[in-house]
Design a protein around this ligand. Structure first.
Ligand code: SF4
Length: 214
């Protein structure tokens, strides 16, 4: 659905914004759930968690990872601006977990945070019923696949309950996985499949899409 207000999704997004579960459980110092816009129905992106830039901006993928994702979509033939026009942005947890103790990148959300947050993204998925779910990074992939090395999954795809799942690496620049040419070739393979779906499943939203949330 594009250009119409989906009351169920709006209600769910309001509930997510109000969530303080991890703060109350002592898992986060400060909860600040980041919620994507509504209306992008066909492509659903499940990522890891918002980072500091998204936390400050109040929008998902406000930092460099968003630019990488946008470039991947354009490689798959989407028109510029696709990330915020054609994709519903969600993540395994919705609040910035802060920096990792080592200082190298963001702290991956722990199992308790992921369990507390799972009803939110699962609820979005159930309401949106997308054609494609892009799984960006190990934590997102782990929600749908048994444990396996990233290189065994990126470049493959499968259908689950009518939805195509496409594993991708996390687009963070901290990830060294993408620096290996053979891994990059797997990403190219995945994006080539996304390019096929873009056409066969008509994944691009109408250019006249009207922002309806917030
Ligand atoms: S990470 Fe998810 S469950 Fe935890 S406080 Fe934020 S929105 Fe709530």
């Amino acid at each position: 659905m594009t250009g119409e207000v989906d009351v169920s999704l709006l209600n769910l997004q309001q509930q997510i914004r109000s969530c303080r579960a991890c703060q109350l459980a002592g898992l986060l110092q400060r909860a600040n759930p980041i919620v994507g816009e509504q209306g992008r129905r066909k492509v659903f992106l499940l990522a890891q968690a918002p980072g500091a830039r998204s936390d400050a901006a109040g929008m998902p993928f406000a930092g460099p990872s968003g630019r990488v994702l946008e470039s991947w979509l354009q490689q798959a033939g989407f028109a510029p601006g696709a990330l915020r026009r054609d994709v519903y942005l969600s993540s395994v947890t919705r609040c910035d977990p802060g920096r990792s103790p080592s200082g190298a990148g963001d702290r991956p959300p722990g199992p308790e945070e992921r369990a507390l947050c799972a009803p939110w993204w699962r609820g979005e998925l159930a309401l949106l019923q997308p054609r494609i779910v892009l799984l960006a990074g190990r934590l997102a992939i782990a929600e749908f696949y048994p444990p396996a090395p990233l290189e065994a999954l990126v470049g493959t795809w499968r259908q689950e309950e009518g939805i195509w799942l496409l594993p991708l690496p996390h687009p963070s620049g901290v990830s060294r996985w993408l620096n290996i040419p053979a891994h990059r070739a797997l990403v190219d393979q995945a994006l080539a499949q996304l390019a096929i779906w873009r056409v066969t499943l008509a994944l691009e939203e109408e250019a006249t899409h009207v922002r309806t949330a917030e």
